[in-house]
Design a protein around this ligand. Structure first.
Ligand SMILES: *[C@@H]1O[C@H](CO)[C@@H](O)[C@H](O)[C@H]1NC(C)=O
Ligand SMILES: *[C@@H]1O[C@H](CO)[C@@H](O)[C@H](O)[C@H]1NC(C)=O
Ligand SMILES: *[C@@H]1O[C@H](CO)[C@@H](O)[C@H](O)[C@H]1NC(C)=O
Ligand SMILES: *[C@@H]1O[C@H](CO)[C@@H](O)[C@H](O)[C@H]1NC(C)=O
Ligand SMILES: *[C@@H]1O[C@H](CO)[C@@H](O)[C@H](O)[C@H]1NC(C)=O
Length: 595
């Protein structure tokens, strides 16, 4: 799936070639560099001996082994000062807002203190140390965009979608119309018929409730751009030329770049949200026949972080956040009650599936899943195929998930599905078939150890080996199922979007988790800049691997999931469609879903 440019494929091939000899070469290089650094270290500290070396960011490792990676990494820092200065020049000298004097960048800047004073974001960074400020290090500055970038779209909500009356779904602060609890499947309050693409509006309204908003951008840990990027492109996906599709994006980045806040970090502390999949914003060519706009390829957007419900494994400027579910609690107690109920439910079905086959896509395993489900006595199926179906009724779907132990979540047209979040909300353990459906996608919201809360059955086990899902799931002991379900239920608060018109007392919802992650990311970047740390070996193509790294790790290597994310060469890896095709098809399904 998902086409990539030829250039983008190169690292793949290199990786393969490198893969074979990798181990011996790495060993060789490691020992070589170890020797080099040891000699350098020795010369510096023992021969020169006076310790006058500038130590901005360089701390001697506590480890007695001088050749560990951390040591090499940290020591390398002092050798890239030239780069640091270039970066600083770009960041520091441009803007003179707030009377911050233009800083001359030169050799005299090598002193740690002076470096620290010179970045515009130092004031923001320092608020972290202010123990009497509960918002220290957490402030968010929200750009006051012209209304055409957000509010006006809500006023013209009829034009957002050709098939769906989005006015219904932008009501109630983006939650949509309330769901009545007729069948007793939901709770009496907090349930809404939320559209799967409504996160733009929900997130923006949640931001209004954020505890640490500031009007002073100089203390902001991050800058939020309340552009309804998803709603905007929804209007023009079909039948409009590329200049119409790109117009708002171009206007937005033009507006942003003129703001003083932009020059502080070239926009690298900015973030925005689009409740659609990344492929709608990644048009590869300037041809009208190609899909979507080019927002995420604009230089300014490359510096920003865009939160989307499906991110690209190969790009570093987008991040996956959960699709909205139907549950939007207004207080903690509503969540706790829901969790308790999900613990106690009787679940007669071993597994279930709600979805349509993809007969046009020969690589899709959905047909096989549906066959297996039909043949199994312990599987419940909601077919979304033709005509009137229960598959789009929130209560039928939630009812089924609530009566199942496991819920199958194969890819659709793109990697991800809203359904994965609906099923976890129902305490149903998700079964994924592609790591891009969740594990490499929602790394902020889901635990790294996916075996705790889900089952992974690689697509090829179904496609080629025709393994029995029933048998595979039967192998999991009753005790383990209970432990896994408890984990899933424990994840619920962080996967849902609370009612943006009120505030949960203590629980952190999906919004809180995302904002915290953005702040952490920007803060780390600022510290790296201050310390002169650059990730010279960063390869954007490998973005998904970096997201899986443990705290403190910086380098990636070969990964067991490489075949899932490499371009199909023998027709076996991944599924063959282009990103444009995926996006287009998901739009078709949207039409089918909601008409
Ligand atoms: C620390 O935070 C408090 C509370 O917000 C504020 O009044 C004070 O000015 C801050 N101190 C510094 C040094 O910024
Ligand atoms: C694109 O479409 C708009 C209106 O639909 C039209 O005004 C404009 O001239 C078109 N641009 C190009 C380059 O075809
Ligand atoms: C992106 O950030 C870099 C600094 O890291 C800056 O040099 C560049 O101008 C920024 N791009 C835009 C379009 O502002
Ligand atoms: C992941 O979780 C499983 C189940 O709790 C456990 O057996 C396994 O050791 C964990 N793996 C890692 C790498 O922590
Ligand atoms: C897969 O296995 C089942 C029996 O477990 C069999 O009925 C079915 O025909 C097989 N499908 C394929 C495509 O081999």
């Amino acid at each position: 799936m998902r086409r990539r440019s030829t250039a983008a494929n190169l690292p793949d091939q290199m990786e393969r070639v490198v893969g074979k000899n990798q181990r011996s070469r790495i060993c060789f290089l490691a020992s070589l560099s170890a020797l080099f650094w040891f000699l350098l270290f020795y010369f510096h500290f023992v021969v020169l001996g006076n310790g006058s070396v500038d130590d901005s960011g360089v701390k001697l490792p506590s480890s007695t082994n001088p050749v560990n990676n951390e040591f090499i990494d940290k020591f390398r820092v002092s050798e890239v000062r030239v780069d640091t200065e270039t970066t600083m020049k770009g960041l520091v000298s441009k803007s003179r807002v707030d009377g911050v004097p233009e800083v001359r960048v030169g050799k005299e800047l090598n002193k740690k203190d002076r470096v620290k004073e010179s970045f515009q974001f130092m004031k923001a960074l320092k608020t972290i140390e202010n123990k009497s400020d509960p918002c220290g290090g957490k402030y968010i500055y929200v750009h006051d965009l012209p209304p055409k970038f957000n509010e006006d779209m809500l006023k013209e909500c009829k034009s957002i979608s050709l098939w769906t009356n989005m006015c219904t779904f932008t009501s109630n602060a983006g939650l949509g119309p309330p769901l009545e609890n007729v069948e007793g499947v939901f709770s009496n309050t907090g349930w809404y018929a939320t559209n799967q693409f409504a996160v733009d509006v929900i997130f923006n309204n949640r931001m209004k409730q954020y505890e640490c908003l500031t009007k002073d951008s100089s203390i902001a840990a991050a800058v939020f751009v309340p552009f309804y990027a998803g709603l905007e492109i929804s209007r023009y996906l079909w039948g409009y030329n590329i200049s119409v599709r790109d117009a708002a994006s171009l206007e937005l980045v033009d507006w942003l770049a003129k703001r003083p806040e932009w020059s502080v970090m070239g926009g690298k502390d900015h973030f925005l949200v689009a409740g659609r999949i990344t492929w709608d914003f990644r048009r590869l060519s300037e041809q009208d026949s190609d899909w979507g706009n080019k927002l995420l390829f604009l230089p300014a957007a490359r510096n920003m972080s865009m939160l989307v419900v499906e991110s690209s494994p190969w790009n570093a400027n987008d991040f996956g956040i959960p699709y909205p579910t139907y549950f939007h609690p207004a207080k903690d107690a509503d969540v706790f009650n829901w969790q308790d109920r999900m613990r106690k439910l009787d679940r007669p079905w071993l597994f279930s599936f709600a979805g349509a086959p993809r007969p046009d896509n020969p690589k899709s395993i959905r047909g096989q899943l549906i066959d297996q489900c039909k043949k199994s006595k312990v599987c419940k199926l909601l077919e979304c195929d033709f005509g009137e179906s229960k598959c789009h009724s929130p209560s039928s779907i939630m009812q089924m998930f609530q009566s199942s132990l496991f819920c199958l979540q194969p890819q659709g047209d793109s990697y991800t599905r809203r359904s994965a979040f609906d099923s976890m909300l129902a305490g149903c353990i998700p079964v994924f078939f592609h790591p891009g459906s969740a594990y490499t996608q929602y790394t902020w919201h889901l635990p790294k150890n996916y075996t705790k809360y889900s089952v992974f059955i690689p697509e090829d086990d179904i496609r080629k080996r025709n393994i029995s899902i029933e048998e595979r799931l039967m192998q999991i002991s009753v005790v383990d199922v209970r432990i896994m379900r408890e984990d899933v239920i424990g994840l619920i608060p962080g996967l849902i979007y609370a009612d943006p018109r009120s505030r949960l007392e203590t629980l952190k919802d999906a919004f809180d988790v995302a904002v915290q992650a953005i702040i952490k990311k920007v803060t780390k970047l600022r510290r790296d800049i201050v310390e002169g740390h650059t990730d010279d070996n960063f390869v954007e193509e490998n973005s998904w691997k970096y997201e899986l790294l443990d705290e403190g790790q910086r380098e990636v290597g070969a990964h067991e999931w490489d075949p899932f994310f490499s371009k199909p060469k023998d027709g076996n890896a991944d599924s063959g469609d282009s990103s444009a095709e995926a996006a287009k098809n998901s739009w078709k399904n949207e039409q089918r879903d909601k008409s």
